[in-house]
Design a protein around this ligand. Sequence first.
Ligand code: NCD
Ligand code: ZN
Length: 335
Amino acid sequence: MKTHTLLMPLDMHLHLRDGVMLENVAPLSAYSFSGGLIMPNLVPPVETLEDVKAYKQRVMAAVPNDYFEPYMTLFYKNYDKRFLASVAQDIMAIKLYPAGITTNSDGGVSSFNVEEMRQTLEAMSVLGIPLCVHGETNGFVMDREAEFMSIYEILAKNFPDLKIIMEHITTKAAVEMLDKYENLYATITVHHLLFTLDDVVGGMMMPHNFCKPIAKRPEDLDALLSVALEAHPKVMFGSDSAPHPRSKKESAGCAAGVFSAPIALQLLCEIFEQYDKLDNLQAFVSDNAQSIYKICPEFKEIILEKRPFVVPDDYGNVVPMYAGRVINWAIQSVE
Ligand code: NCD
Ligand code: ZN
């Protein structure tokens, strides 16, 4: 049987939520990943040192039997230098959301005035805290990410020592930015390596494939595949796995978010094998993130095997991406 081994896989963009949902989904990520960058868009958002510490405790309590490192983030505000210095050791990054652009982002940034943000972003540069950005404007939905490129350029130029991570990129325009500015990096999800808009609304409407940013055009998919498959050193895997209860997805007014964490590595194996690039998967799912974030996760070895695997119809009240479908790789063992 064909197998493929991955060491210390990392999910550098992960929504674990809180309460019952956290207890349901955290073990699924902890099973196959060594760690994850935990998004702060709770209600209310993670904004203080106390919030960060308490949320980290709740995440760790939800995965008692697995080794899993939650790399914590704060929800971006124009924080002052003193506060940032006090929290720097406890967070891996700060996540910026434009106000109202996606799930639980109402308290995000409503104006990208560099002078208003300067104090915070300069302090983050000095303290070595990366800025993770949900890069969408409030324009036409298919153009939101491309329109945000001018904001990335302003940020990259004004704060050359700030590591800026363009989260869950979906466009050729974003891919092209990677080689233009030294301080711009990106995460890519697994669903954006498989979907175009057709997979969301091309036939019947597929609520479980609906997320922000929405999947784009075939040429965008090709551009994402090209940098992921070569494991471009400035690109990392971040699932953006974003669970919502079934009732919020199969509903008039469907919440944005694809729940992919439990099948992410299996699907990545399938994609990388299809393009004969399995040798690059280790860099895409772990090594690049280790260099970019300067992290050194504890040893964990995942062996995947090539055999048909039926994706469960649900995990509790959450429906995964590809529910009920047969995929070609499965997890054989974890050590
Ligand atoms: C995410 C969520 O549900 O928290 N939703 C999504 O569609 N990706 C938020 C986000 O990352 O945009
Ligand atoms: Zn997200």
